[in-house]
Design a protein around this ligand. Structure first.
Ligand code: AMP
Ligand code: MG
Length: 373
């Protein structure tokens, strides 16, 4: 039922009742000083959130779908708009350190050091929650995830909204997170009050999540802030074992970790091995899928992409430039949906540093289907 330019008459009766006209306003991509129109848009967005409504907005990682984190009704609306299971906790976004004190039981010394090093920025920390945070926001948990984004429009919106904005990625549950406003509109038009279009995001993958409630900090989700960067500040840091492995048979650390994520509609398989073997294997599989009249796709890199024979071949950039791969990955995955590709093969990527976040998302998108050739 979703799709670009979704209109009320294409919705079911129940959805028509809740259909709303979504306001879309633009904010220039690299601005730190807002003009009058932008200020007005951010004020409007803030008042919508304070009034219990939802606004999608750009951050440096991906677009967020924001509601008042301290209002249980707002969190319920976020889950409904995304079609997200309500035991999958939301991240609370704040604009300054003072805000943190109200929503957590205590601030461990490790958090102060991490905040000094990485806030504002793409790092989420998990604390024991205070009574100010409703369980509707934390998916029923006694802990709360907090992030302070660096994106100027996100920061101004959080201030205008009263300081605490619960925001998962602004996509329908299960789909790749939006890295540009067009995909937010595709998923959320008619479901939320407002969308702020801030152009393309800078990082393209969700924040790193580190849990500070256990004795040794644990990375629950890799991101732009890498394990090495965290270790340099914390000394000791562990990694949850489900980061790079199939977690379906495991009790997940957080409920949200058990759900299928970032997946295109087509069937995605990662192929790992020497470049020549990978190209041969994928082209053979593409030929077989074609015989079954399936539309095929390949995710490759600038140097390899011309060697593939699939219907839709997409490069995520150069292997030497992980920042570009991260920024392109979700756009490429979404692009296969736009072109209705049914069978997709992806090359595999290095898992050092920021590469770990890239492979973590690709593995989840592929449901951990990896073939070694
Ligand atoms: P997002 O989809 O970017 O909103 O990320 C939300 C994810 O953050 C959830 O799926 C969880 O994996 C994680 N998360 C949020 N809050 C908590 C928490 N209190 N404890 C552990 N993980 C959390
Ligand atoms: Mg998400």
């Amino acid at each position: 039922m979703s799709g670009y330019g979704q209109t009320a008459d294409r919705l079911t009766v129940k959805e028509q009742r809740s259909f709303m006209k979504t306001i879309v306003r633009k904010i220039r991509q690299d601005t730190e000083v807002f003009d009058e129109q932008e200020q007005e848009a951010l004020r409007l967005a803030g008042s919508i959130i304070r009034g219990g409504g939802l606004v999608a907005f750009p951050t440096e990682t991906v677009y967020g779908l924001g509601g008042d984190a301290l209002n249980p009704a707002s969190s319920k609306k976020i889950y409904a708009a995304k079609g997200r299971p309500s035991d999958n906790p939301l991240i609370v976004h704040t604009a300054d350190m003072d805000a943190l004190e109200k929503i957590v039981r205590r601030i461990p010394e490790s958090a102060v050091r991490l905040a000094d090093a990485f806030w504002p920025g793409p790092l989420t920390m998990i604390f024991e929650k205070s009574d100010a945070v409703p369980r509707e926001t934390t998916g029923g948990l006694d802990t709360v995830a907090v992030r302070m984004p660096s994106h100027p429009a996100a920061r101004e919106l959080i201030r205008q909204a009263g300081g605490y904005v619960a925001a998962p990625s602004a996509n329908l549950s299960g789909k790749p997170s939006p890295t540009e406003a067009g995909y937010v509109i595709q998923d959320m038009d008619g479901r939320i009050e407002m969308i702020i279009d801030g152009g393309d995001v800078k990082i393209g993958l969700e924040s790193t999540i580190v849990d500070l409630t256990s004795r040794t900090p644990i990375i629950l989700r890799p991101g732009y802030v890498t394990a090495q960067m965290l270790a340099a500040v914390l000394g000791d840091v562990e990694e949850d074992r489900t980061i790079m492995r199939d977690d379906t048979g495991q009790a997940p650390k957080a409920p949200g970790m058990k759900y299928r994520h970032y997946a295109p509609r087509g069937d995605l398989t990662i192929v790992d091995g020497a470049q020549e073997n990978v190209v041969d294997y994928i082209n053979t599989q593409v030929g077989l899928a074609r015989k079954q009249n399936k539309k095929t796709g390949v995710i490759g890199t600038d140097t390899s992409i011309s060697e593939y024979s699939a219907d839709v071949c997409k490069s995520v950039g150069s292997r030497a430039d992980e920042n570009t791969i991260a920024r392109e990955l979700y756009r490429v995955l979404r692009g296969f949906d736009d072109e209705q590709v049914e069978v997709i093969y992806a090359e595999s990527f290095d898992t050092d540093g920021f590469g770990q976040a890239i492979m973590n998302r690709l593995l989840k998108a592929a449901g951990h289907k990896v073939i070694h050739v």
